[in-house]
Write a protein that binds this ligand. Sequence first.
Ligand SMILES: *Cc1c(COP(=O)(O)O)cnc(C)c1O
Length: 229
Amino acid sequence: MTSIANNLEVVRDIISQACTQAKRETDNVQLLAVSKTRDAAELQQLYCAGQTHFGENYLQEGLDKIDALSELPLTWHFIGPIQSNKTRPIAENFSWVHSVDRLKIAQRLSNQRPIHLPPLNICIQVNISREENKAGCLPEELPELITQISSLAHLKLRGLMAIPKATQDAAEQRLAFSAMQELLLEGQKQSPALDTLSMGMSADIVPAIHCGATIIRVGTALFGPRDYT
Ligand SMILES: *Cc1c(COP(=O)(O)O)cnc(C)c1O
């Protein structure tokens, strides 16, 4: 077995144990393989081990891999910062966008989504730890954004995404994740179809699942440490 395939088994075990502890169905937690900086051959290894959902942060890098792996039945998620002049290729090539934090971006994605494709699945990114210079809307901005984005024709608003402040403190991790869970519950009062909470990365998979994550975004635990050089 390749080490990537082995890592996938380890991560799946972590997910299923966390689900058991939380009395949740394993099927309700989807593993998104975050493949930034990884080459197409590494993604293909993970695909051969059964992984089909991949998340990319950088547009050109993502488009190159979508092209290189176009023969495989993969689902692509865009999870990185979005510049408004780059929305068209995102709308044309991805199935999900997790990092929408303002109306203008959502409007452009909706207008640019090709009509022969299903609606683009959207999560609103929330700056849950209120960090300066961090992407995401503030919690108090959510109700209006949910209303506005829900009305856009070629988008399907699915839920919320967060990258809480990095911390080793388990209590602090849990506080941020449970705040997100509360926000989703509030949002569901406005928009009952919301079903997605995208949160939890390699270092905090378990508390995220305990607090209701439905998509966990995992890079390092699958592929090993990233090399940006
Ligand atoms: C890189 C990244 C991840 C994965 O982080 P790991 O710690 O490598 O699991 C998840 N979400 C986003 C938005 C990222 O940029």
